[in-house]
Design a binder for this molecule. Structure first.
Ligand code: CO
Length: 136
């Protein structure tokens, strides 16, 4: 498995409007991509940072993963996403090692990527996402 780069950092936020206003105020920067991800019960906004990005996450359901995170820990860094060259191989290798996965198989994520999350109990408390860019 090869980790190519940090694709993005995910940040849980109470609201995207507020997050966008803050990024504009701090850095004069707008989102270059917004997307609803109903399966994850979030709305997302991506901000370019060099070859990486910040992904702000607004929960659309208190029972969703980000809603629960916000209730438990409050706003802040939610996950780190590593880009891999072959997500099927990466996930198979982890599963074969007995690593606890939130997604034992890759699934569709934002941006047309395929993603899989490793359970934070395996990573020292940091939720890690693996992602392979789509062929779009
Ligand atoms: Co992400």
């Amino acid at each position: 498995m090869k980790l190519l780069r940090i694709n993005h950092l995910g940040i849980a936020a109470p609201g995207l409007d507020e997050a966008m206003a803050r990024m504009e105020r701090l850095f004069g920067m707008g989102a270059d991509h917004t997307e609803d991800v109903p399966e994850q019960k979030v709305k997302t906004a991506f901000f370019p940072v060099g070859e990486s990005r910040l992904e702000y996450l607004e929960s659309t359901d208190p029972e969703g993963p980000v809603g629960k995170f916000l209730a438990k820990r409050g706003p802040g860094i939610h996950h780190v996403c590593f880009e891999v060259d072959d997500i099927d191989a990466a996930v198979s290798q982890l599963v074969a090692k007995g690593v606890r996965m939130i997604d034992p198989q890759p699934r569709a994520g934002a941006h047309g990527c395929r993603v899989a999350f490793i359970h934070p109990s395996e990573t020292g408390g940091v939720l890690m996402e693996l992602s392979q860019e789509g062929r779009a």
